[in-house]
Design a protein around this ligand. Structure first.
Ligand SMILES: [Zn+2]
Length: 94
């Protein structure tokens, strides 16, 4: 069964050195397949709100183990986060 996984990573903020949390969503078609279609979904500093997309050398990145991500919205509909992110990205372009 097709599943989504959330990958979280943390690194230091360039502005205030607090942790920036970055998220990415990956799709796994079944239990044994490799993850495909990995997409960044955002990054933000927990203290100052700076949206820093990646660590600045020589900062270390700490990775959290992937979390199964199967969101159900208020109306009970299941949806793929990647589809939502795509819609957001499209909206930003216009
Ligand atoms: Zn910061």
């Amino acid at each position: 069964m097709r599943k989504q996984y959330l990958h979280l990573s943390a690194y230091a903020c360039d502005r205030c050195a607090s942790p920036v949390i970055a998220g990415a969503i990956a799709i796994r078609e079944n239990e044994i397949s490799k993850e495909t279609d990995i997409r960044q979904v955002g990054a933000i500093c927990l203290s100052c709100g700076h949206r820093q997309n990646g660590p600045t050398e020589p900062a270390r990145v700490r990775h959290v183990l992937p979390i199964e991500w199967d969101p159900v919205s208020a109306n009970g509909a299941r949806h793929l986060t990647t589809a939502y992110v795509e819609a957001l990205n499209r909206a930003e372009l216009h």
